[in-house]
Write a protein that binds this ligand. Structure first.
Ligand SMILES: Cc1cc2nc3c(=O)[nH]c(=O)nc-3n(C[C@H](O)[C@H](O)[C@H](O)COP(=O)(O)OP(=O)(O)OC[C@H]3O[C@@H](n4cnc5c(N)ncnc54)[C@H](O)[C@@H]3O)c2cc1C
Ligand code: SF4
Length: 452
């Protein structure tokens, strides 16, 4: 991690002044600190805004205003949010882990950066990290990348679940800088990559998000959030949907639908919202739905132009073409809905998606990380790991070939230096990585022992 200065102002004016001089705001720190550790982000000054009075959650007539520093957990549990906007509670509760939600804030959640692996690997070309360097995901492994709103410069998804719910609710983002206040619809605030994927939102230098606001909706409103992911414990969306309906007299009068995990920004499915079938009587069942034919021509999804790639999804065993144009720009289409298989240990690994079987005898590497955040490592005991069924080799700093990773040279990082290669079928890699005795053993105290 690069050296940085830290300041914690107690009033908003002081925070804005430091922000205007190039200071970087930090709220819960749950994503920024990770990126700083990886040297993806290198702020010179951190401005800790967690003490500013921006935590309030309050009703505004029939709408709702949520302070930018309200914690995800508090918003999810808020009585009015739960009753009037279950889509928000559900999106938040399906995000990250309980510990993270206790720390993380609403503003930070909207501004979190993509989970594209190449973005977080400083040795890979990435236009979002460094404009003009290229995009490793275009020809690389892009199973979790976007199919909507992409450009030739970047195909990374926006990772926030909350943003999907807020997009469906037509939320507005309130901003404050030394020049005063302004507000923008969330869907305009978050930017598609275009030729400038490093510019992800319309936040001006030193500007602070103060709140998000949900406007009144025609009552009664019913809403919900559905998320498909690789594992249930915590994971980003392979795909998700936020649906907000106004149902009265048993008829859907108004529908707002946004999709997550598939777009470079939360993706409003405006064509879906306009579908005549959505005006059908609720509970009309098959007969009612059959009476209303879908349009003869395929409906264009929002932004469905040359940027849209061919991609398929399998939902409940069915196969649905999701786009209008057979022009893959981001690799070969892969099924994204294999979460059930993954959590039951039956899913194919990346190389096994190769239908022609060109890759034989696949070996899988598992990185084993230390459970101790701070300490001096004096040795790594690999005996238990090597004895696990299916393990072919345990690679540590002692027997690994020299790798061209900068972080290996700069910071001794035992978590990276220790890995295990295992055969797949037994699932031994994952069981081994759960085995306590198999992890690298940090030496906590004396500096007399030699660190590697
Ligand atoms: C293991 C893991 C799993 C996760 N899973 C999910 C998931 O499934 N779904 C999901 O949606 N998220 C997920 N997240 C992301 C998580 O929700 C974010 O890390 C969190 O919301 C960020 O909030 P924060 O307050 O900690 O932001 P910080 O890390 O403090 O800041 C993030 C960014 O926002 C800026 N910032 C923060 N507040 C403001 C403000 N008020 N004004 C201007 N700039 C500001 C900071 O400068 C920084 O650039 C996961 C994170 C982790 C680590
Ligand atoms: S998809 Fe975007 S974030 Fe990922 S490597 Fe390409 S440019 Fe970088």
């Amino acid at each position: 991690m690069n050296p940085f200065a830290y300041t914690k102002p107690t009033d908003t004016r002081a925070a804005l002044a430091t922000g205007a001089r190039g200071g970087r705001y930090i709220a819960g720190g749950t994503t920024l600190v990770d990126l700083m550790r990886e040297t993806v982000e290198r702020p010179g000054t951190l401005v800790d805004i967690s003490g500013l009075p921006l935590q309030e959650i309050r009703a505004t007539g029939d709408g709702l205003r949520i302070g930018a520093l309200a914690r995800m957990a508090d918003v999810a549990a808020h009585a009015r949010v739960r009753s009037a906007y279950p889509v928000i509670s559900q999106a938040l509760e399906l995000s990250a882990s309980a510990q993270l939600r206790n720390m993380a804030t609403i503003g930070g959640n909207l501004l979190q950066r993509t989970r594209c692996t190449y973005f977080r690997d400083v040795t890979a070309p990435c236009n979002k990290r460094q404009r003009g360097s290229g995009c490793a995901a275009l020809e690389g492994y892009n199973r979790s990348h976007a199919i909507f709103g992409t450009s030739q410069a970047c195909v990374a998804t926006h990772p926030s679940d909350l943003a999907v719910a807020l997009a469906a609710l037509d939320a507005t983002v309130h901003l404050l800088s030394g020049d005063g206040e302004r507000s923008l619809p969330l869907t305009e605030f978050l930017l598609r990559p275009g030729d400038t994927p490093d510019r992800e939102h319309d936040l001006r230098p030193g500007e602070l998000i103060t709140a998000v606001e949900i406007p009144p909706h025609p009552q009664p409103v019913r809403s919900g959030y559905l998320k498909v992911r690789d594992r249930q414990s915590y994971e980003f969306a392979l795909t998700s949907a936020a649906v907000v309906l106004n149902i009265s007299g048993g008829v859907i009068r108004d529908a707002r639908v946004a999709a997550g995990g598939v777009g470079t920004v939360p993706w409003r499915l405006t064509a879906v919202e306009r579908r005549p079938s959505l005006g059908a009587a609720v509970g009309a069942g098959r007969r009612g739905r059959r009476g209303r034919r879908p349009p003869a021509t395929p409906q264009r999804l929002q932004g469905g132009t040359a940027q849209t790639h061919r991609r398929t999804s399998t939902a409940h065993g069915g196969r649905h073409a999701m786009t209008q144009q057979a022009r893959p720009a981001a690799g070969t289409p892969l099924s994204r809905v294999d979460g059930r298989l993954k959590v039951t240990g039956q899913a194919a690994y990346a190389a096994e998606h190769d239908a022609h079987g060109a890759v034989r005898g696949v070996v899988h590497g598992v990185i084993v990380t230390s459970t101790v955040g701070k300490g001096r490592i004096t040795g790594i005991d690999t005996r238990d790991a090597a004895a696990q069924r299916g393990v072919l080799k345990v690679i540590t700093h002692q027997n690994a070939p020299k790798l061209p990773y900068r972080s290996f040279r700069g910071v001794p990082d035992p978590a990276r230096g220790s890995a295990c290669a295992s055969s797949r079928t037994t699932g031994s890699a994952s069981s081994a990585s759960r085995s306590r005795s198999w992890w690298p053993r940090p030496w906590r105290s004396p500096s007399t022992r030699r660190a590697w």
